[in-house]
Design a protein around this ligand. Structure first.
Ligand SMILES: [Zn+2]
Ligand SMILES: [Zn+2]
Length: 212
């Protein structure tokens, strides 16, 4: 099967993938996220009925049927069957109540990137949503995504999860950082990264547990 970069490149070429860098080139980083799922979903919707009589399911997930359809569409120059209108996925970030995708925007203020060096991970968004839900408080973001230059500027680790949309530095109004840390620790269980700082906590969805 195609890797994520290949999926993004083809979906961009067909007009379905729309995440762009500041320099006007597509953000093809090989990291899946909401923009990639949306592109897959819109492709599936537009090319739902296949010439062999099969029907693509619109789930926003790349699989053999979607890949076969994409190769056919490219090979045959097939026009889309459905009008392309923005369609909201059930798991779209717009559905989050306590956090928003904009909270992740890189804070270099356009010095080094357009704010979106990568896509925020759904898993990270889900974690933050659960935290907000537990405390009934909105996430107060300090730093989400960091382009490599801004990460260096901020003194982030060379392997910082912030560069990949997997981390968030934040606090909650009216909740002590220690209470927040304790709940996050419980929520992450045997995985994830979690650190406590004078301004709040850092959380990320790394697979191997880290605490500091
Ligand atoms: Zn930046
Ligand atoms: Zn951090």
């Amino acid at each position: 099967m195609m890797n994520i970069s290949q999926q993004q490149a083809y979906l961009f070429a067909l007009g379905y993938y729309k995440l762009m860098r500041k320099d006007g080139t597509p953000s093809i980083e090989g990291i899946g996220g909401p923009a990639t799922r949306q592109a897959i979903y819109n492709f599936q919707l537009a090319h739902k009925k296949r010439p062999d009589g099969t029907v693509l399911s619109e789930d926003g997930i790349w699989g053999p049927a979607t890949e076969k359809a994409l190769r056919e569409v490219i090979g045959n120059n097939e026009p889309p069957q459905a009008a392309l209108k923005p369609v909201k996925l059930p798991q779209s970030t717009d559905d989050y109540k306590w956090v928003s995708i904009d909270d992740f925007k890189c804070r270099c203020r356009g010095r080094f990137c357009n704010g979106w060096p990568a896509e925020p991970h759904t898993k990270t968004l889900d974690l933050l949503e659960q935290i907000g839900e537990h405390f009934q408080r909105r996430i107060q973001p300090h730093s989400g995504l960091r382009c490599p230059q801004w990460n260096a500027h901020e003194g982030g680790a060379a392997t910082s999860k912030h560069m990949y949309g997997m981390a968030m530095d934040f606090h909650l109004d009216g909740v002590t950082h220690q209470d927040l840390y304790n709940y996050c620790d419980q929520l992450l269980g045997d995985s994830g990264g979690l650190g406590i700082y004078p301004w709040g906590v850092h959380i990320d969805d790394r697979p191997i547990k880290g605490r500091w």
